[in-house]
Every structure is written in C-alpha cells, then in structure tokens.
Design a protein around this ligand. Structure first.
Ligand SMILES: Cc1cc2nc3c(=O)[nH]c(=O)nc-3n(C[C@H](O)[C@H](O)[C@H](O)COP(=O)(O)OP(=O)(O)OC[C@H]3O[C@@H](n4cnc5c(N)ncnc54)[C@H](O)[C@@H]3O)c2cc1C
Length: 425
C-alpha cells in the first residue's frame, strides 16, 4: 500500500523513518548503474529516497496505465490531482497548511517521477503545487493561505495560473489585463482581459490572475474564485487539438468586468516580482521533471535496441551509432540531475539565484528535447506508433522547452547576468 509522504517525513512526524532502499556504499568495487550513471542517489537523504520511491510507485502503478488513452483522447483525469493530494504530493515543499514540508530536492524528485510518465500530468501538478499554492504561500495573506492551501493540498480545489496573454507571452510586462475598482460592488475590483494557453483553466476553481491595477499601472496578483463569478464575467474555454501535452488540459481565461473581492488581491507584491517569484519554483520542478521524461526515453530506447535485430541477427544495441545515442542521452540526464540537486540544495539554504534556476531549466529542457528526438530514431518506423511512447515525450518536451520562459528567453536572462547588458528589447 502507498503511504502518504507525510509519514515518510521524520522531520514532520518523527514516527516513520524508512531505511534507504538502495545503497551505493558497497564494500566491493562500485558498479556502473546505467539508470543513475553518476550515482546521484548518494546525494539524497533517506527521507528524499523514500519520497521518491512513493512517488515513483504511484506514478508507475496508477498513472502510467492511463496515459496512452488519455493522450489519444486529449483527456485530463481530474482524479489524478485528488490521488496526488491523498499521498501528500501537492505543494509538498510548503511548510504547514496541510502540506508535507519536504526539501526542494524532494519536490523535484516528485516532478521527475510524474514526468517519467507524462509531462502533461506533471504540468497539471506543477501549476497546482508550485505556481498557485507556491504563490499563495509566498505572497498571500494569512487568511488567503488558510482559505486555499489545505483544500488545494488535498486536490479538492484546483488552481490555474494566468500570466500569458494572446499578444504578450515572452514579454508579460506589456500585459493588457486590467483591474480597477468595481463600479457597483464596494470592496471589489473589476478584472477585464484575456489570458491564453493556461494549464488547468477550464477545470480550475481558483484562478491566480496577474493584471495591471489601473490606478498605478503596476502588475498585481488576484485570486478569482469561479463559484463567485456572476454569469458572463468569467469564461475559460478549452484549447483543443493540441499536438503536445495532450494528457493535460489547457484553455483561456476571459474576464469581462469580473468582480474580485479586495481580500483576494495579494497585499504587497507589485510588478513582475510576483509572477516571476511563482515561476522560479515551478521552473526548478521542470528542471528535474524533464529528466524523468528523458530517462523514460533512454529506458525505452535501450530495451528496444536490445530486442530489435537487424543485419545478421544483431541487436541494434550492438551498433556504435546506437550506443552513442544512448551514451549522449544518459550523460546529459546524469549531468542535469546533479546540477538540479545542487541548485535545490542552494535554494533551501537561501543561496540560489533566479539565474541558476534559468540555467537548469534551460539546459535540462534543451537536452531532454534534443536527446529524445535523437533516441526516437532508434525506433525506426515504430517511432510513429504511439504505443512506443517516445513520440509522446518528444511532443511534450517541445512544450516544456517553450513554457515558463522559452529557452532563448532564458539565454537572454543568463546573457544579461554574464555581460551586464540586457538584450530583450
Ligand atoms: C501547453 C501550454 C501550457 C501553458 N501553460 C501556461 C500557464 O499555465 N500559464 C501561463 O501563464 N502560460 C502558459 N503557457 C504559455 C507559455 O508560457 C508561453 O507560450 C511562452 O511564455 C511563450 O510565449 P508565446 O507563446 O507568446 O511566444 P512569443 O513570446 O511570441 O515567442 C515566440 C518565439 O520568439 C522568441 N522571442 C520572443 N521574444 C524574443 C526576444 N526578445 N529575443 C529573442 N527571441 C525572442 C521566443 O523565445 C519564442 O521562441 C503555456 C503554453 C503551452 C503551449
């Protein structure tokens, strides 16, 4: 039976302290593990190993069997967030409010386990956990935290994060969504504008929307509760027929004088510091998440190459060009994992900079996509069949490279930090 990860966390409960199930500290000579070439597990605590094990088991036993059909049908099963909530996987690195309070690295290991199955499932979880719950935790009032976080941690309330607009994606500072005092409802703001490409928006109960306050021109964060919106003031149509992330649900947020109580605005945070603060945690999760997708591609390609025979009955795995593809991918996955663990540790010590997170998000997404595309070649014609799973990862990884700052935008962030000159405009 799967135990909720709270039970894993000795820091929280002091009750259950599992032994590490895998150890690399053997008395004999060490052996190379192709699944973890640089022995990253040596850098994890017992608690983190146990959390990763819980997450991997849930994902492989409960999620993986659903993904092929979900992807075909472009269907997102909302029950997944409830199941994750029961295991304590949502908002896991938040302290208190019904959350597990695990390390940043442990949170990343959860995203890796989920994305090993599908980036769409990880996206649905990241929006809930990092962008919305993380944002409320970082910028919300005590009242907002008490109101939303425990229910979101259980997956009973679903969240969406609305920053991107139809005319402003990489440049959210130019957003057109506007908030002004409501003309008839005292103590309310009125929000108008449109957000697009918003994960979870068609099913979300709480929509964290960033809009410019008309009085100041400054960006502020608002929590729109769907149940309180009068008809015609909030629409969240789904965007159908995607060719990536089909196992997640994506839509728009259309606001037409949508009334939002003043108590649902974040009190202090102004400007892009708000949305970028939320994105920092989510981008960290993506950096380890995409490694999970890449590792799944490696495992699938390795199995296929060992089984498929061409030329004199030799397995494809015998050929040097195929071996190089596997060696490149395994090396990039191993380096990416170590880099993310390092940044996660620094984050918990308060020493991580946004540029470090840009670096691991960009590098790991780029490498995961590039290697997945190359490994796809190993499957020959069968790569075209969705039964082999590789094409799904490739299509998904294009999206992970695009959202939460397209890779070239992260290059500009890093370039600015390296040269002191900004090249955005
Ligand atoms: C499936 C999916 C889910 C998403 N979920 C969310 C969500 O939940 N919430 C949310 O707010 N957004 C979400 N997004 C939106 C995503 O974050 C944006 O698509 C992304 O930020 C890029 O913006 P854009 O699509 O407008 O591209 P554009 O900004 O138009 O960029 C197009 C291309 O031009 C390049 N470019 C732009 N400016 C420059 C420049 N100055 N110099 C060099 N190159 C430049 C970009 O790098 C990119 O390659 C999602 C997107 C997808 C596809």
């Amino acid at each position: 039976m799967l135990r909720p990860i709270y039970r894993t966390c000795c820091r929280r409960t002091g009750i259950w302290r599992p032994k590490a199930t895998r150890s690399y500290a053997s008395a004999g000579s060490p052996s190379f593990q192709w699944q973890d070439p640089l022995a990253s597990q040596n850098l994890l605590t017992e608690e983190e190993l146990a959390i990763a094990e819980t997450a991997e088991r849930y994902c492989q036993e409960r999620m993986a069997p659903r993904v092929l059909q979900a992807y075909r049908d472009e269907h997102y099963d909302q029950k997944i967030l409830k199941e994750m909530g029961e295991l304590g996987l949502l908002g896991a690195s938040i302290q208190g409010y019904g959350c597990a309070g695990v390390s940043t690295v442990a949170g990343g290991l959860i995203t890796r386990a989920v994305e090993r199955v599908d980036s769409g499932y990880r996206s649905g979880m990241s929006v809930q956990s990092s962008l919305v719950m993380g944002g409320i935790y970082e910028f919300g009032t005590e009242e907002q935290k008490e109101k939303f976080l425990p229910a979101m941690a259980k997956g009973r309330l679903l969240g969406a994060f609305g920053l991107t607009e139809p005319n402003h994606g990489s440049d959210p500072g130019s957003m057109e969504s506007i908030a002004k005092p409501h003309p008839t409802k005292k103590g309310y703001y009125s929000l108008s504008g449109a957000k697009t490409w918003i994960t979870n928006s068609p099913i979300a109960d709480v929509l964290m929307v960033w809009a410019k306050l008309q009085e100041t021109g400054k960006i502020r964060g608002f929590l729109i509760e769907r149940k309180d919106c009068p008809p015609g003031t909030l629409e969240t149509p789904a965007i159908k027929n995607k060719n990536g992330l089909r196992a997640s649900i994506t839509g728009m947020i259309q606001m037409d004088d949508c009334p939002v109580p003043e108590a649902n605005m974040f009190p202090d945070v102004e400007g892009l510091r708000g949305p970028f603060g939320c994105l920092n945690s989510a981008r960290y999760g993506i950096s380890l998440g995409v490694i999970g997708a890449l590792e799944d591609c490696i495992a699938r390609a390795r199995t296929y190459a060992l089984e498929r025979k061409q030329f004199k009955g030799n397995p494809l795995a015998k050929y040097q060009l195929v071996q190089k593809k596997l060696a490149d991918a395994a090396s990039d996955a191993a380096y990416g994992t170590l880099a993310s663990i390092q940044v996660g540790r620094l984050k918990d010590e308060g020493k991580a900079t946004p540029e470090m997170i840009s670096m691991v998000k960009r590098q790991n997404c780029d490498f995961a996509l590039r290697n997945a595309r190359v490994l796809q070649e190993v499957f020959g014609g069968n790569a075209v069949s969705d039964e082999y799973g590789i094409g799904r990862h490739v299509a998904n990884l294009f999206v992970t490279q695009t959202y939460e700052g397209q890779s070239d935008i992260h290059s500009l962030i890093l370039g600015r930090a390296i040269t002191g000159i900004q090249a955005f405009v």
